[in-house]
Design a binder for this molecule. Structure first.
Ligand SMILES: Nc1ncnc2c1ncn2[C@@H]1O[C@H](COP(=O)(O)OP(=O)(O)OP(=O)(O)O)[C@@H](O)[C@H]1O
Ligand SMILES: CC(=O)N[C@H]1[C@@H]2OC[C@@H](O2)[C@@H](O)[C@@H]1O[C@H](C)C(=O)O
Length: 682
């Protein structure tokens, strides 16, 4: 699944957007970052956010508008990030949007939190479903709503031998402690205190608003830490509270910066000394938190967040946490600035799969809960352009002719993995189709596939496998291909463009309202298929379309639309690849599902097997043995008494009746074993 994670942190400098491919489930969650982009907020938006941070200026009308303005900014960031990762929005399955924290009261009677960035706006602009508002559910369960990345850190960064402190330094600094698996401890996390928030505030003040931060820690590097002021700052009560704990701009925001500024003025500190002192405050508060609250000192400190880009801060911290080794998450393959955005992609993925995403040890919640609110995507029609996928170019495989053969097949495999995912949203339509086909077959109808080229061949393949698998008569599941039998092995140019030929096929089959016709066309355009479907509809059959574009012309003639959107092919336009695989998967489901509904299996055993050769004889005996729980030898003897009819043998044994009675019961219930076992003889 491809998920975009969006985050605007407490620094409110802009939106981090990570495009992440996710597969599987924890503890074996596979993740791969396909792209990361940072979008600085427009100055007016940033000003508005900061105005809304202050209770004196953050009026309710401003908050109301800001919520929508942020929604627009998040939506643009998602669209841009997908583009930069070489993906169409259609290829993105889900968006996880943290939003912008405006206010956060972690504990007490008024405990609550507010993240803005309207998800309805994001869903409407991007056409994708959104999970947002992650923190509230944890708080409703008694937690502090933060830190949430701890859950993801634990999955992505736990080390078999080293104890790790995963330290994010954003506006606020937060740590996730990851014990060694052998320690018998749980991971936990808390906010250590200020990150860059005070550094940014002082950099802005000393530069008269010119600097948004102390770029590369230059000012701090040329100043001297004032030990007295640092000691005073270290007395801040929050730093001495035991976790779980979280904090924010409410504590370390402008009011705190005002106090520091006033003290620094009184002490006559230079601009550089002021920056050196608040930078040391961040480093010292982190190191002190480790000493006071971690069960053991970490072997490694893994840095992320913008603070990892400030060398002065990093070296101050490294000195204080020695002998722990200080690394950035980049060195572990996770870009430091991208980590939080990646985390919200993972959390959205977990919520999407109904799995909890909070770590009660970190937030203090009473239990794990599924996080977030879900905003559905708009109906597909409103966002997808016709015909734009099967022929589109796949930017991910542009170098496929230049990479090694192993990399080449890895590229193909990565695309193939998306196929079953693309079929998933179509399952309700597929289930509807199966029930419709089965109901019609019960009253004597047939299943007819019609397609051209690969789509036609796939129909032929599926139809021709039904008789040997389910003992169906060959005229029950039928396939027609443009150009006739010759087209199965040779391309018959032009045949697919013949609308009239498709119509005639259906006419010749004397299709009627008991039949079901599946029109198969990767592009969704093929005239031959369109002609056949049109005629089938006219004759009252159940008509189903199977295409890999949406909307597609063949849908106009279909009662049920199946459209697995697999996206651009590895080799442009080669729809025998992903589109073909998706069609095969759907046809497998249609025929197998219909046959199961018709009782062609008993449990998951193919009881309608015909014992026409040695291999099938052995299989028949095995099926009887498995269904009845008897030995192979007993099954063979039983089959002999039952004229080698597998179903008769099973009913005879399980109902403990002679073969003849078993056979007549089966006839009375159209060969369905479960029904034959539950009916009484007349
Ligand atoms: N080159 C740099 N030199 C110094 N500081 C930098 C540099 N680049 C980024 N930063 C700092 O990183 C901050 C942004 O960090 P980040 O994006 O991780 O914060 P955030 O996600 O907004 O915060 P939080 O994690 O608290 O929600 C900037 O405000 C700045 O202080
Ligand atoms: C309420 C809120 O937005 N908290 C943020 C903030 O920024 C850093 C720190 O404080 C952290 O606790 C949290 O974000 C990260 C992403 C978290 O929840 O893990």
């Amino acid at each position: 699944m491809i998920v975009i994670g969006l985050m605007s942190g407490t620094s409110a400098d802009g939106i981090d957007a990570a495009v992440v491919e996710l597969l599987g489930a924890p503890p074996r969650l596979e993740w791969h970052v396909l792209g990361y982009s940072h979008f600085a907020h427009a100055p007016e938006l940033r000003e508005e956010i900061f105005a809304c941070f202050r209770p004196e200026t953050g009026s309710v009308d401003r908050l109301c508008s800001l919520n929508f303005a942020l929604g627009e900014a998040f939506a643009s960031a998602a669209i841009e990030a997908a583009q930069q990762a070489g993906l169409s929005m259609q290829q993105v399955d889900l968006i996880g949007s943290h939003g912008q924290t405006l206010w956060h009261i972690p504990t007490g009677k008024q405990a609550s939190t507010l993240q803005l960035g309207e998800p309805a706006v994001i869903a409407e602009r991007t056409g994708r479903p959104v999970v947002s508002n992650f923190r509230t559910r944890d708080m409703a369960a008694g937690g502090q709503g933060a830190p949430l990345v701890a859950y993801v850190d634990r999955i992505l960064l736990t080390h078999p031998e080293n104890r790790r402190a995963v330290q994010n330094i954003g506006g606020i600094a937060n740590v996730t402690y990851l014990p060694k698996p052998g320690d018998g401890q749980s991971a936990f996390a808390f906010d250590t205190g200020p990150g860059n928030m005070l550094i940014d505030a002082l950099a802005a003040r000393v530069s008269g608003g010119r600097l948004a931060c102390d770029v590369d820690g230059k000012l701090a590097a040329s100043g001297k830490v004032h030990a007295g002021l640092l000691a005073e700052l270290m007395e801040t009560a929050y730093l001495h509270q035991a976790p779980p704990k979280t904090t924010g701009r409410e504590l370390f925001g402008h009011t705190f910066a005002d106090i520091v500024w006033t003290r620094a003025e009184a002490l006559g500190l230079s601009a550089e000394d002021r920056l050196a002192t608040v930078t040391a405050f961040t480093a010292e508060s982190i190191a002190r938190a480790y000493a006071d609250f971690l069960p053991a000192q970490p072997d490694e400190v893994i840095l992320s967040g913008g603070g990892a880009l400030n060398p002065t801060l990093v070296s101050m911290l490294a000195r204080r946490v020695a002998p722990a080794r200080v690394l950035t998450s980049d060195e572990l393959g996770l870009q430091a600035e991208a980590k939080e955005a990646v985390a919200f992609a993972v959390l959205a993925y977990e919520s999407w799969h109904n799995r909890p995403g909070n770590l009660p040890e970190a937030t203090g919640a009473r239990q794990s809960v599924i996080l977030g609110n879900f905003t559905p995507a708009p109906p597909r029609q409103s966002t997808i352009k016709p015909g734009s996928y099967t022929e589109a170019r796949n930017s991910y495989t542009e170098k496929i002719d230049q990479v090694s053969t192993l990399e080449m097949v890895q590229m193909i495999n990565r695309e193939d993995i998306k196929v079953a995912e693309a079929v998933r949203p179509e399952l309700p339509a597929i289930a509807l189709a199966i029930d419709g086909i089965a109901a019609r077959m019960q009253s004597g109808g047939r299943l007819i596939y019609i397609g051209a080229g690969t789509s036609g061949r796939l129909g032929i393949l599926d139809a021709s496998e039904c008789p040997p698998t389910f003992s169906t008569p060959p005229e029950l599941v039928i396939a027609r291909i443009a150009g006739g039998k010759r087209a199965i092995t040779n391309a018959v140019e032009g045949a697919e463009d013949d609308l009239e030929a498709g119509r005639r096929e259906i006419e010749a089959l004397e299709v009627n309202e008991k039949d079901s016709v599946v029109g198969i066309a990767a592009s969704g355009h093929t005239p031959y298929v369109l002609g056949g479907m049109q005629e089938a509809r006219h004759r009252g059959a159940l008509v189903i379309s199977l295409a890999c574009n949406h909307p597609a012309p063949i849908e106009e003639h279909a009662e049920i639309v199946i459209a697995p959107l697999v996206g651009p092919e590895v080799v442009t336009g080669s729809t025998r690849l992903k589109a073909g695989t998706a069609q095969k998967l759907v046809l497998n489901m249609l025929s197998t599902g219909t046959m199961i509904r018709l009782g062609k299996t008993y449990s998951n055993l193919m009881v309608d097997v015909q014992m026409t050769n040695l291999k099938l004889r052995a299989r028949g005996a095995r099926i009887v043995a498995q269904a009845c729980g008897i030995s192979d030898a007993e099954a063979r003897r039983l089959l002999e008494k039952c004229d080698n009819e597998v179903k008769t043998a099973i009913v005879s044994y399980l109902a403990d009746i002679p073969a003849a009675r078993a056979r007549s019961r089966l006839t009375a219930v159209h060969g369905v074993i479960r029904k034959a076992l539950s009916v009484k003889d007349l």
